[in-house]
Ligand binder design. Structure first.
Ligand SMILES: Nc1ncnc2c1ncn2[C@@H]1O[C@H](COP(=O)(O)OP(=O)(O)OP(=O)(O)O)[C@@H](O)[C@H]1O
Ligand SMILES: [Mg+2]
Length: 844
């Protein structure tokens, strides 16, 4: 039977039964075979490109980069004019550098993708009449999926059942507040008003739902566009810095190259050769390996973090982790064991009360959706009494901090509410103790009950208030407004032991220059008790109420000295993060709940843990497979390591490489022939690039990981202004000695200079890679040693070996080689001395 799998654009106006029939499905879902067939026909439920396409696109993008395009033109011109060695070298260089770059980068990205897949989101779907868990990519239209609070909606679809479901559709409509989703007929003109439909990219924040999948992948409303928009983040300070440096180099290059070209033409040199020389200079000046070095370094960082059980979802977040100087965390699971157990249930008079526990169990057991940790603890202590049925419910909400059920059993109808003590007490008009003694609620009584709750919280117990009232036959639970006139029954108290290892982890982070702040929905006394038990170095306290009274600038003024935030709502968590960012901090946030997602998203480094709610995991950049703050300290060090290695490449590029190309430009104006042929410059550049392929693997110094760092343009410039000229001075000295000391031919001049500049450029990495004494630093990684030394050996072999005449090189006398060796050693000694001066301001 052919099924129409792309139905009506406005699918929500179609009656559910008709839509199910149209999609060839049923209430029990699709057969697995049929789902497989549809998956093969319509493709996976994803908006990302296939890897092969990405690869082709990457190569294409490289080839149209201006410099590469110019090189290809240059190769063509060389070929036309019969300069075959030039043609071969130029095309060879383009092929090798584009190839190396793309292959390395692509491999790195694939590896990172594989890691990411290990935390990919799964969906609960009805197949063959049973609920199965499949990766969201395998969903097809006609599937029937179950969605619980905290789930991301995996596709566009029609609601078949809603159990108090509310969705956050900010991505679709821009509306930040959750909207109610209900089953029923709807003739809304657009998706924003379609209360009976759910859309991919939005999230269920309360309640749960069953959905018939109507559209998947690119066929969804948000399709490719909005998803990628949502994933695009503003660049980090480091990325902006690199970009700024890139455009500075580009401008310098354009200036230098135009100047050289005009001067050459002014001297009436052959135009084609002058043009090629200028192009080669431009190629030599560009840090073309920077994207590759960045990606490979980051992806190696991601691999190493994976070994420590941290999955990196967004590669650049490793930098943010390294630059992070404030880490905000929620409490449960990171600072506590998250083994929540019921301690006791007491009536208003403080005596043990089985009735409170029974009511709490009704509330916890009858509520639909996944039970929360607190619910699970209640049900473990007191299983749900048989004979009660759920009539309706108002699921838990983090702003309201209460959850209610309306249920029937034992010949009566009851509304049972539980939640944060103050939130429950606010809706109570009386109290009732175990013996049935009812007392009207007075402000004094409420205050004394709250005081009692605070006192117990101060012992580290987590408290929930429980209240109920009987409900008349006709009355329904219409949502939070119905939670009124309640009779307070008592408290349930829970234990959640502090994690011993947390104290050490916080201390380690502190030693790395990362300040830890706790941002929790729990009550202030609980936080204070925790801080005391673990002796955490946290001071100051703000509660959600106090934050509510502050505007943004008021909060910005307070966040610096306050480390504890209690009873904060999801939006207030986000506000705290934004305020800290405004103070110039690089902020991390770690959390696992629906309530943490906005803050995770707002943070520079958003962190979550395995098993956290989907929305939290989706918002996170990094996911800890074990909820342990300790590995985070290692992640921070890893982030700083990648930064240090990328900076090695940047420093090399801006100083030694830049100096060499600069002196080449100057020399070309002072001598009657080209100091290096265009093809030789390109070869020089290619070998130099090869020598640096090992940088991402290199070890870094202790000092590089000791403190947070950010991009520092001043430091980069200072380093360049000291080290660049040093390299130029030695090049020009070589140039003088060659011309006046040895009176060499043009070919020998080029050979000598090629050898000298290769040796200085390649070897100086062993000095620049550390800011301390080269011989006392962490040992260079064998890969770096191998790439550097083999690039140098290859350079010497090409310049002095049998292929030399083909490349335009000539043999050199031994005395000249000895002089060159002396110059190289002199340069390295001076570089080692001057680098300290050059990088002094870099530690700020
Ligand atoms: N299932 C529930 N039913 C009723 N009330 C609840 C429920 N879950 C949480 N609450 C109330 O809402 C408050 C805030 O929730 P919760 O403590 O989970 O926030 P949080 O910010 O995630 O805390 P933490 O920092 O401990 O992770 C709780 O202290 C409790 O009073
Ligand atoms: Mg939490």
């Amino acid at each position: 039977m052919p099924v129409k799998t792309v139905p009506n654009e406005r699918f929500w106006v179609v009656a559910p039964n008709a839509l199910i029939a149209q999609l060839g499905s049923s209430l029990t879902g699709l057969p697995t075979v049929e789902a497989g067939r549809r998956l093969a026909e319509h493709g996976p439920n994803t908006v990302a490109d296939q890897p092969r396409l990405q690869f082709a696109r990457k190569i294409g993008r490289r080839l149209i980069e201006p410099l590469v395009a110019i090189l290809l033109v240059a190769a063509f011109v060389s070929g036309m004019t019969g300069d075959w060695p030039g043609f071969v070298i130029i095309t060879g260089i383009v092929a090798v550098s584009v190839g190396l770059d793309v292959v390395q980068e692509h491999r790195a990205e694939l590896a990172a993708d594989r890691l990411r897949e290990s935390v990919a989101v799964k969906a609960s779907v009805r197949r063959d009449g049973q609920v199965a868990t499949v990766p969201v990519e395998e969903l097809v239209s006609g599937d029937v999926v179950e969605l619980a609070a905290g789930a991301l909606v995996p596709a566009d679809g029609l609601l078949l059942v809603s159990r108090g479901a509310q969705a956050n559709e900010a991505l679709l409509t821009g509306e930040p507040y959750p909207v109610s989703k209900r089953f029923g007929a709807c003739d809304a003109p657009g998706p924003a008003e379609a209360f009976n439909a759910l859309f991919a990219g939005t999230a269920i924040v309360t309640g749960s739902a069953t959905m018939l999948v109507v559209a998947t992948g690119r066929a969804t409303r948000l399709g490719g566009v909005a998803v990628s928009l949502a994933q695009r983040r503003p660049p980090t300070a480091f990325e902006k810095g690199l970009h700024g440096l890139g455009s500075l180099i580009l401008r310098l290059t354009v200036f230098l190259v135009l100047f050289v070209l005009l001067a050459q033409l002014g001297f009436q040199r052959p135009p084609l050769e002058s043009f090629l020389f200028a192009v080669a200079l431009a190629v030599g000046l560009t840090p073309e390996l920077l994207p590759m070095v960045t990606t490979v370094t980051l992806s190696r960082g991601a691999m190493r973090m994976a070994r420590k059980r941290v999955v990196v979802k967004r590669l650049a977040a490793i930098h943010d982790l390294g630059a992070m100087d404030v880490l905000c965390t929620d409490k449960t699971g990171t600072l506590t064991e998250a083994r929540i157990a019921l301690s006791d249930a007491t009536g208003p008079d403080g005596t043990a009360s089985p009735r409170v526990l029974g009511l709490a169990a009704l509330n916890a057991g009858l509520a639909s959706g996944v039970p929360s940790a607190l619910d699970a603890a209640i049900l473990k202590a007191a299983p749900l009494t048989a004979g009660w049925t759920l009539l309706s419910e108002a699921p838990f909400g983090f702003e309201r901090r209460r959850s209610s059920v309306l249920c029937a059993g034992d010949g009566e109808r009851l509304m049972v509410v539980k939640g944060a003590p103050e939130a429950v007490l606010a809706a109570c008009t009386a109290t009732e103790d175990a013996s049935g003694h009812v007392q009207p609620m007075t402000p004094a009584l409420r205050a004394s009950l709250l005081n009692g709750a605070d006192a117990r919280s101060a012992e580290g117990l987590r408290l929930l208030g429980v209240a109920a009232r009987s409900v008349a036959e006709g009355e329904v639970l219409e949502g939070p407004e119905s939670e009124r006139d309640l009779v307070f029954a008592g408290f349930c108290a829970f234990l959640d032991p502090p994690k011993e290892s947390a104290a050490e982890a916080v201390a380690r982070l502190g030693a790395l220059g990362v300040r830890v702040k706790i941002v929790s929905g729990d009550a202030a006394p609980v936080l204070l008790h925790l801080v005391q038990t673990l002796s955490l170095p946290c001071k100051g306290l703000l509660t959600g109420e106090q934050i509510e009274a502050l505007d943004h600038s008021g909060l910005v003024a307070r966040v610096e000295e306050v480390d504890l935030y209690a009873r904060v709502s999801p939006d207030q968590k986000r506000r705290v993060i934004l305020a800290l960012k405004e103070r110039g901090h690089t902020v991390g946030f770690i959390g696992d709940g629906i309530n943490d997602a906005p803050a995770i998203h707002a943070a520079d480094a958003g962190l979550s843990v395995d098993g956290a709610t989907e929305v939290a995991q989706a918002a996170a950049d990094l996911i800890l497979l074990a909820p342990d703050l300790g590995v985070l300290a290692e992640g921070v060090e890893e982030g700083r390591r990648t930064y240090a290695n990328i900076m090695k490449y940047v420093r090399m590029g801006t100083s030694s490489n830049f100096g060499t190309m600069f002196s080449m430009a100057v020399a070309s104006l002072m001598i009657p022939f080209l100091p290096l042929l265009p093809a030789q410059i390109l070869l020089n550049n290619l070998l130099y690039d090869l020598s640096e392929m090992g940088i991402p693997f290199d070890a870094v110094d202790r000092e590089d990981v000791a403190a947070p760092h950010g991009w520092n343009m001043g430091a980069v410039l200072r380093f360049t202004l000291v080290m660049g000229p040093l390299s130029s001075v030695f090049d020009l000295a070589t140039f003088g000695i060659l011309l006046w000391g040895f009176d060499v031919t043009a070919e020998a001049f080029r050979t000598a200079w090629f050898v000298e500049s290769m040796a200085t450029q390649v070897l100086v990495i062993f000095l620049i890679r550390t800011q301390g004494s080269a011989w006392r630093a962490a040992r260079p990684h064998p890969v770096l040693v191998a790439t550097s030394l083999s690039a140098l050996a290859l350079a010497l072999a090409l310049a002095l070996g049998p292929l030399a005449p083909l490349l335009g090189f000539a043999p050199l006398p031994g005395s000249l080689l000895a002089v060159i060796a002396g110059l190289v050693v002199g340069y390295l000694i001076l570089a080692e001395v001057l680098k300290r001066f050059a990088s002094r301001v870099e530690r700020v």
